[in-house]
Design a protein around this ligand. Structure first.
Ligand code: TRP
Length: 450
């Protein structure tokens, strides 16, 4: 059974050390674990919420894609794509918008923070707030639910968005009567570093305190490191590594042993200048080979484009059929010839048997036939492709194959094209089996079915 892991990065800036150590590096490592089916994407629709500079959005989505690849992500192994290449995502976003309570969005931290700032400034509460910002969590829910992700690794600031995605998924499942969406779980890696920036606050483009990962060359990395704020202790005075941003950054890149000896040197009075030099040397050792790959990729954007196009296609292989199912579920259906009146006798009571499709824990698609009384009559084998499962449901539903039910021992089976597609529960005896067979005939509207 494989676990689907999904995460995205908003493409509104240049990747920095914090993005690398806190998100990209652990995600690449996770993608190499057996049993992990990773979906990583550039959240470029999300970028439009924060940034109305087209050149910056265009550049950032290229830089972030190049960073993943330079860092060793294998696009053959994972599904690596741009959000905006999957038209089903905004389509799903709208459908989810229609089931999302406005009150839920009113409670979003990011939105509330903007309102609080406006109130503090004495302007209208919603001043400068777009519907994009307000609805941000619904788009994020669509990203996640589109691919039925099990685990979503994110920073702590995103926990509420994951809770909202679960709420929205549950609401949709409830309204439309079955488990269309898996409820995603947030994954917060305790061991993953939140890097401090130049000034000691969390490294973030919104604080303007970042150390770029690849931008420029080795010299620019060194120059940025030299700007990290330290205390005023002189060379020869012992330093406190646990209160040094420099040490925190070092540790995020080094082995335990390297960190221990760096700690010892700081404690025995290494000067800040030398410490910065040591940090630079350590980072450059990891970054230099990646920077080389990064620059080679950035010199050929068309190669990145090809990889992303292929990734988009791979993602849409899942998104397109799933979206078709969702459109059908909400009633956005193709008009077909009116169905022949059903022969099924329980029509009168208003309750009918129905097919329920679902995705099993092993990731396979299955369906069940549930009788008017809620009893399970048939359960299908697993299908890798939801469309294949759907095609069999349609054949059973339409009766186009005639009576395909057989008794086999104490079970009944539905056989199509010579293959057992679904089986009933094991009966206690032959009489019960025959009753089940009869009930299943009724449920499928088959002749002599009552
Ligand atoms: N909101 C996330 C952030 O700013 C980025 C993001 C968008 C995301 N869609 C997502 C993360 C889906 C995980 C899953 O960090």
């Amino acid at each position: 059974m494989s676990i689907r892991v999904l995460t995205g990065i908003t493409t509104s800036g240049t990747p920095h050390l914090g993005n690398w150590a806190g998100a990209i590096r652990p995600a690449i490592n996770a993608s190499t674990q057996p049993g992990t089916d990773a979906f990583y994407f550039m959240a470029d629709y999300h970028a439009l919420i924060k940034c109305d500079d087209p050149a910056r959005v265009a550049r950032s989505r290229l830089e972030i894609a190049a960073t993943w690849l330079a860092g060793g992500l294998d696009p053959e192994r994972v599904t690596f794509y741009r959000q905006s290449d999957i038209p089903e995502i905004p389509e799903l976003c709208w459908i989810l918008t229609c089931v999302t309570a406005k009150g839920l969005m009113n409670r979003a931290h990011a939105y509330k923070a903007s309102v609080d700032q406006n109130t503090a400034k004495g302007v209208e509460p919603d001043d400068g707030i777009t519907m994009g910002l307000f609805s941000y969590p619904i788009l994020m829910a669509a990203d996640i639910l589109m691919f039925n992700a099990n685990k979503v690794p994110v920073g702590r600031d995103q926990i509420q968005h994951l809770e909202m995605a679960r709420d929205i998924a549950q609401r949709f499942n409830h309204l439309y009567g079955r488990e269309f969406f898996v409820l995603p779980e947030v994954a917060i890696e305790e061991s993953v570093a939140t890097l401090p920036g130049l000034d000691g606050r969390k490294m973030s483009k919104s604080y303007n305190n970042t150390i770029p990962l690849f931008e420029g060359d080795a010299k620019s990395l060194r120059a940025a490191i030299m700007r990290i704020v330290t205390d005023s202790r002189q060379p020869g005075e012992p330093k406190d590594p646990d209160n040094s941003h420099l040490f925190t950054i070092y540790r995020a890149f080094s082995t335990e042993d390297e960190a221990a000896s760096f700690r010892a040197e700081l404690e025995s009075g290494m000067g800040w200048g030398d410490a910065k030099e040591a940090l630079y040397q350590r980072l450059e050792r990891d970054i230099a080979p990646m920077r080389e790959r990064y620059q080679a990729l950035m010199a050929h954007p068309e190669r990145i484009e090809d990889i992303l196009q292929a990734g988009g296609e791979k993602a849409r292989k899942l998104a397109t059929p799933f979206m078709a199912e969702l459109r059908d579920a909400v009633g956005l259906r193709r008009h077909t010839a009116a169905p022949a009146p059903s022969k099924s006798s329980n029509k009168k009571s208003g309750k009918t048997a129905r097919f329920v499709s679902f995705r099993d824990e092993d990731g396979q698609f299955r369906f069940r036939l549930v009788g008017a009384d809620g009893q399970e009559l048939l359960r299908s084998r697993g299908f890798a492709d939801p469309k294949a499962a759907g095609a069999f449901v349609q054949r059973l539903q339409s009766g186009s194959d005639g009576d395909c039910l057989q008794a086999d021992g104490l079970q009944i089976k539905a056989v199509l094209d010579g293959e057992t597609i679904a089986e009933g529960p094991v009966a206690r005896d032959e009489a019960e089996r025959d009753a089940l067979l009869q009930q299943t005939r009724v449920a499928l509207g088959l002749p002599n079915g009552g």
